[in-house]
Design a protein. Sequence first.
Length: 94
Amino acid sequence: MRCAVLSVEMIFCIGNLTMGILYNASNLNVYTLNATAAYIWNCCDGESNVKRIAEDMSQFCQIDLDVALEHVKSTIRQFHDSGLLVSMTRNHET
């Protein structure tokens, strides 16, 4: 699954890898992100895929790859369901 291209003109990220705040101007919602979600958000650049993000997170956080993969998938699903990601491809291998 590739991380989706973000709607940059409507969504802004404030913060760094320790926290994040997203503001969606189209629906006036504000979202706060913990460190993990902020890291994943910053990786959603349209180039990175879920597996690569999970591998990097697994190494950085020293957690099992399967655990990292589930965190990444769940977080990206929440971003998508909240309307923060514009599109996603469903190929889990890329």
